[in-house]
Design a protein around this ligand. Structure first.
Ligand code: ADP
Ligand code: ASP
Ligand code: MG
Length: 456
């Protein structure tokens, strides 16, 4: 049965990584769909170029030149057939010329609409998929390059567009599956992250949205009656791990995780999977695996529908970045509730993440991650500014504050001498939030609560 494979930006960063991808695709079943993100950091570069273009066109186009150098360098390294080199370079040049034209219009108009940003950002995925398509042809793999904007139909909510599942289900048949089947291709190569609105403008699904694209494509193909073996999300680490390996050196990979736990992990910011990824796949009953492009020995983290443990178990710790606490107090409970509601809406409108909120009598708190601190200026409550705090989340199964916290708090009191630590429990029993006025030692929390407790 065919698979949906998604390769993240980190997986398409070097010629060596692309070689790994080619061998993964070669050994995948015929009819597989491979979805690509932009080359690592290219989306950041384009976003920076669009911002700089408002004031300095030359400087913004220097960033485009960097993307050109990188793309042409990869073409040279990956492709040997001169015809494919020429075709790949021509396609990349078309996309880069259009990107330069977009920057010129941003500079001329001195404004940068969501629509212009999305058209610019989309070039990252269009370029990487084109290069990889020709690299596949060069290695003798029959590849079909499909522009995902022809089937990934969305609304017009630029930068965070919402997929229109019924329209995608219709279009995916005629624009992706049928041409691939009739042309007898081994693989269809397409772009994650990007789509097209019903009024024909390029859109994007939100940063990190390629994972979501893969899941939507799998689900909509399944709705057309095509059986999909799995959706495999290929990244640069051994699947979902007990912590971000960039922060905790001895983080280890997790073999199996429940859907509920991974949903909470990605909501709290574990970047390895985009938070919206799981639901379409789950609904279509397609298994999701998180794989490592660079490690073929690693069998993947398998996301399953049921719980993994019958007893209480902590699986991962996630650092909470840009964390603030909002304290609300009112003269009566109803005013307090209203204030909590209106503040929650304002927080969410700034693309911040609410981690916890509660009201007791006429006092309430909201804890939120606010990544852009200019937003703090508009997020006052009762005239009070939000206070910065530190925190992390423990995720796992059957986590209850009563039993877990006894050992966690003992660890803090004995080992860390932290004066005050607060705990908040998720109603699902899949996570416990720990906050403190002072910064938390993620490595020690990880070693004490995950490594040591499983060794016992
Ligand atoms: P991709 O380009 O493949 O989409 P991302 O950068 O979006 O990759 O996600 C992979 C990164 O997620 C890893 O390099 C790792 O640093 C980070 N990460 C954060 N938390 C975790 C975790 N719990 N397990 C694995 N990786 C994590
Ligand atoms: N290239 C996009 C980003 O960097 C989408 C993705 O990588 O999933 O956000
Ligand atoms: Mg990602």
């Amino acid at each position: 049965m065919p698979k949906i494979l998604k390769f993240g930006g980190t997986s398409v960063a070097t010629a060596f990584a692309i070689k790994q991808i080619i061998s993964i695709i070669k050994s995948s079943p015929k009819g597989t769909v491979a979805i690509f993100s932009a080359f690592a950091k290219v989306t950041d570069l384009i976003s920076e170029a669009a911002e700089i273009a408002l004031t300095n066109l030359v400087k913004s186009q220097e960033l485009v030149y960097r993307i050109e150098m990188r793309s042409f360098g990869l073409i040279e390294e990956m492709i040997s057939n001169p015809d494919y080199i020429r075709e790949a370079e021509a396609l990349v040049t078309i996309h880069l010329n259009e990107l330069n034209e977009l920057l010129e219009s941003i500079n001329f108009l001195k404004e940068c609409h969501g629509s212009a940003i999305d058209s610019a950002l989309a070039k990252g995925e269009l370029i990487s998929s084109a290069v990889i398509h020709f690299a596949l042809l060069d290695s003798g793999i029959k590849s079909y390059l499909a522009d995902s904007r022809n089937f990934m139909i969305t609304d017009s909510n630029y930068c965070q567009a919402n997929p229109q599942f019924n329209l995608i289900t219709e279009k995916i048949k005629t624009e992706l599956v049928e041409p691939m089947t009739f042309g007898d291709y081994h693989v269809a190569v397409s772009q994650g992250f990007i789509g097209r609105s019903t009024n024909l403008k390029t859109t994007t699904l939100g940063r990190g949205g390629s994972d979501f694209s893969a899941s939507i494509i799998g689900a909509c193909m399944a709705k057309n009656g095509y059986e999909i073996d799995s959706i495999d999300i290929y990244t640069d680490v051994d699947g979902v791990m007990s912590a971000d390996p960039k922060l905790v050196s001895n983080a280890r990979s997790i073999d199996r995780l429940s859907v509920n736990e991974i949903l909470e992990m990605s909501y709290f910011g574990a970047k390895v999977l985009h938070p919206k990824t799981i639901l379409p796949a789950l609904e279509a009953q397609i298994p999701v695996n998180v794989m490592n492009t660079m490690n073929s020995e690693f069998l993947g983290t398998n996301i399953i529908n049921n719980n993994v443990d019958s007893k209480s178990a902590i699986h991962s710790v996630i650092n909470l970045k840009d964390l603030y606490i909002f304290r609300i107090s009112s003269d009566d409970a109803k005013t307090c509730m209203n204030e909590i509601n209106s503040l929650s809406l304002r927080i969410m409108a700034t693309n911040s993440t609410i981690i916890y909120s509660s009201v007791i009598a006429y006092n309430g708190i909201i804890i939120a991650m606010v990544p852009d601190n200019t937003n703090l200026l508009v997020l006052h409550s009762n005239g009070k500014t939000p206070e910065p705090i530190f925190g992390c989340v423990l995720t796992g199964e059957n986590l209850r504050i009563d039993s877990e916290i006894m050992s966690i708090s003992k660890m803090f009191e004995l080992g860390f001498h932290i004066p005050k630590v607060d705990y908040y429990q998720s109603p699902t029993d899949n996570s416990i939030i720990i906050t403190s006025d002072v910064s938390l030692d993620l490595q020690r929390i990880h070693d004490e609560l995950i490594i040591r407790s499983t060794a016992q």
